[in-house]
Design a protein around this ligand. Structure first.
Ligand SMILES: C[S@@+](CC[C@H](N)C(=O)[O-])C[C@H]1O[C@@H](n2cnc3c(N)ncnc32)[C@H](O)[C@@H]1O
Length: 249
């Protein structure tokens, strides 16, 4: 089992990352089944953001992650939660026992072939795979376009268009064990203060892995940008959460 690249930034992750919009869970219920009473695996659960939201809707949710410190944050927020520290590419779960597997902001971290086979194995017939990502979508706003330029210049491999891949073609579909996938886009608005936004920046893997002087320079530059455009005011940021769903045959 590998080490989580997020463990060193677990505190910032816990402080800075937003939860998911209610409409996302409504879309899952519409495509799959009611969450109340459903057996759900939250794979790559991290600090448990989606776990808590699913549990609040009555789902019997088990968070799985290989990050000890990330899961520690989930446990600290929900002391009675049973968490599994495990590799999501080899789920320690009985075959055909799960109604829903969720990958909130995490599917791209898994081996597409192995994880897809594992999801197909643990889901019961009619069970649902769901993977989603939230992205700020303030394209055309000066601060945001500048922010994207700053990020692309500082972080090797970071490209704004990375938020655009089509996850329905790979992995899950290639197993031949799922109905054709459904894609849902949920637009929403996030109101956030600049300190929380900066905590989120520090929690991003492609920022955390920069050499410390480069990382600190980048964070200072983002901080200046935010102070210029949001002086003493909360940021109001358009978001999109994009979700892919597929039902197990
Ligand atoms: C971007 S975070 C998403 C966390 C959480 N789902 C959320 O909504 O914020 C990705 C998570 O996937 C976990 N992860 C990555 N590869 C994994 C693997 N092979 N097995 C288990 N967890 C993994 C990381 O430790 C991290 O907590």
């Amino acid at each position: 089992m590998g080490r989580s690249p997020f463990d060193p930034v677990a505190a910032d992750y816990d402080a800075g990352r937003p939860s998911y919009p209610d409409a996302l869970f409504a879309a899952i219920e519409e495509a799959a089944r009611p969450l109340r009473g459903a057996v759900v695996l939250d794979v790559g659960a991290g600090t448990g953001i989606a776990t808590r939201q699913l549990a609040a809707r009555g789902a019997r949710t088990v968070p799985i992650d290989f990050g000890e410190l990330m899961l520690g944050r989930a446990r600290a927020r929900s002391p009675r939660l049973t968490c599994l520290q495990a590799d999501g590419n080899a789920l320690p779960i009985r075959s055909g026992s799960v109604d829903l597997t969720c990958f909130a902001q995490s599917w791209h971290w898994f081996d597409q072939h192995e994880a897809s086979q594992e999801v197909a194995r643990v889901l019961r017939p009619g069970g649902c795979w769901a993977a989603w990502w939230s992205h700020a979508w303030a394209d055309g706003e000066v601060w945001f376009d500048t922010y994207q330029e700053v990020m692309e210049a500082a972080c090797p491999g970071y490209r704004q268009h990375h938020r655009d891949p089509d996850w329905s073609e790979e992995g899950i579909a290639s197993t031949g064990l799922f109905e054709p996938g459904v894609r849902t886009v949920v637009p929403w608005t996030r109101e956030v203060d600049t300190a929380t936004w900066l905590a989120e920046e520090r929690s991003k893997s492609y920022i955390a892995q920069l050499a410390p002087p480069v990382r600190d320079r980048l964070l200072r530059r983002i901080g200046e940008l935010l102070v210029t455009h949001f002086p003493g005011t909360p940021m109001i940021v358009p978001y999109r959460t994009r979700m892919w769903l597929a039902l197990r045959r």
